[in-house]
Design a protein around this ligand. Structure first.
Ligand SMILES: [Zn+2]
Length: 481
């Protein structure tokens, strides 16, 4: 990459809406945080690593905005009612809420494994507060002639009444008419492209239904995001993200619904993450190349290694996931670890002599690369180039403590974005080990009350006991209570 980073003046992002790189200008700035909405998982199965590539890109966006001094207010929705969740629950004959709960939990576990920062809120579509809002929005759209109830009792958005429909996807509606395949069960719609806002109840939905002015039924997927985003972030959002496969129809529909109700521009910057391929192919269960986070961990890799592998390619470029790539991730991280160890060793030296004039110091190239539409490949390029250069200084025995400290301070700063440092070796304090041992003893005596007291004491010291198949294990406390 020949681009000179010092010429980049401000954060620039590729906006899918305009198909252009645009300078990022937050509205109202100072007191107000940047409002970011990111489409979250549909909890009908465990999310796959392709989903997590998009979530890691969104994590990078948030962390870089924060590095640049912005406050970020981020919402990620959870789709816990749709065709797939209902079908899944029916197949295993459990209530919908119980069926989706396991995948919600798995999702949060995977976020932690990959060190993805939690959004400020994770609203669920089935929350009555949002169902109410969806029904209100649909009512408004009908009143404005933008939606109608068809013979099948479902309510559809009338795309012919929304002139901007197709702008995001750069889609021509006439093409949709001529090439769109008519599904036999959608004959009631006025236009093939009209999408469901409210799906009338049918037998297969079982007890999954809510009352509405149009009879009982459930919301369509698109209206869920319009309702939750505007309810939590307001009528206008700064940045809306998702995978490229969300552009049409999902995000196009979100614009039509939200703007149809509020009359205001819904989103200022639309950002979309490219696909993840596995061995050069689209990931599919039928091809046997479909992986979840635990599928990768079970092969002996760490969450940190997977984070690196999913992070290292620019978000608008398809990422090819391979096991060789995972090994490369491991090697790259080892280089970072060794470099940090070297820096720390020199920085610790007490006789802090003056820094030598010729020893390289960090520049702002890393941050500038990220300002350039989150060019993480260039940012890593600078990091590894710096590692090579400074390693040469080490080899000549010329690294001085002041320069080593400067590099460590720089690493600390860029690691707020990367979050790739090795976990410090866990040292369990002796009093915690002692309490855990006592707890085991009283449990053998079936003294549950005392056992609970001991567990509380351990929690107060910042640790928790997890009862596993291999016996009790101590871990750092993760719960806030
Ligand atoms: Zn969405």
């Amino acid at each position: 990459m020949n681009r000179r980073y010092h010429t980049v003046m401000a954060l620039r992002l590729f906006n899918t809406y305009s198909r252009k790189i645009e300078e990022f200008e937050p509205s109202n700035t100072a007191e107000r945080p940047i409002k970011v909405y990111t489409c979250g998982p549909t909890v009908y199965s465990r999310a796959h690593i392709g989903n997590f590539r998009a979530y890691i890109f969104e994590d990078l966006l948030q962390r870089h905005l924060e590095l640049r001094g912005y406050k970020v207010d981020r919402v990620m929705n959870i789709t816990d009612v749709d065709d797939k969740t209902i079908r899944g629950a029916r197949e295993v004959k459990v209530p919908l809420a119980r069926f989706t709960e396991q995948f919600k939990q798995a999702f949060f576990q995977d976020l932690d494994t990959l060190r993805i920062k939690r959004a400020d809120e994770f609203p669920c579509a089935t929350d009555s507060r949002f169902i109410t809002r969806m029904i209100e929005m649909i009512g408004t759209l009908i009143a404005r002639g933008l939606a109608y109830q068809a013979d099948d009792q479902s309510v559809y958005f009338r795309i012919n009444k929304f002139p901007d429909y197709g702008e995001l996807a750069h889609f021509d509606l006439t093409q949709l008419q001529s090439t769109g395949r008519v599904k036999h069960d959608e004959y009631e719609k006025e236009h093939i492209g009209d999408f469901a806002l409210w799906k009338a109840w049918n037998e297969e939905d079982g007890d999954v239904k809510w009352d509405s002015p149009w009879g009982s039924g459930r919301p369509g997927w698109h209206i869920e995001c319009s309702a939750m985003s505007t309810a939590l972030l307001g009528d206008q959002i700064d940045v809306h993200c998702g995978g490229v496969d969300n552009i049409f129809p999902h995000h196009e529909a979100e614009i039509a619904q939200s703007e149809g109700v509020t009359g205001k521009k819904f989103v200022r910057y639309w950002l979309h993450c490219a696909h993840l391929l596995v061995d050069g192919q689209k990931m599919a269960k039928s091809l046997g190349n479909f992986y979840t986070v635990p599928d990768v961990l079970v092969r002996g890799y760490t969450g940190r290694e997977l984070r690196y592998a999913l992070l290292r390619v620019h978000y608008r470029v398809p990422l090819n996931f391979t096991w060789e790539g995972m090994n490369e991730a491991r090697e790259s991280l080892a280089r970072i670890d060794q470099w940090l160890a070297r820096l720390r060793e020199v920085a610790r030296k007490a006789n802090a002599q003056r820094s030598r004039p010729n020893v390289q110091r960090p520049t702002t190239a890393f941050e500038y690369a990220l300002d350039d539409d989150l060019n993480i490949s260039a940012a890593f390029g600078y990091l590894f180039e710096s590692i090579r250069e400074t390693n040469r200084v080490f080899d000549r025995n010329e690294m001085d403590p002041a320069s080593a400290t400067a590099w460590l301070d720089w690493w600390k700063q860029i690691n707020t974005v990367l979050d790739l440092e090795a976990e410090a070796e866990i040292v369990i304090p002796p009093e915690v080990t002692q309490l855990a041992k006592q707890r085991e003893d009283v449990r053998r005596e079936k003294n549950w009350k005392r056992s609970d007291q001991l567990r509380e004491q351990i929690l107060e010291l910042g640790w928790e006991v997890r009862d596993t198949k291999q016996g009790p294990k101590l871990a750092r406390r993760t719960s806030s209570k």
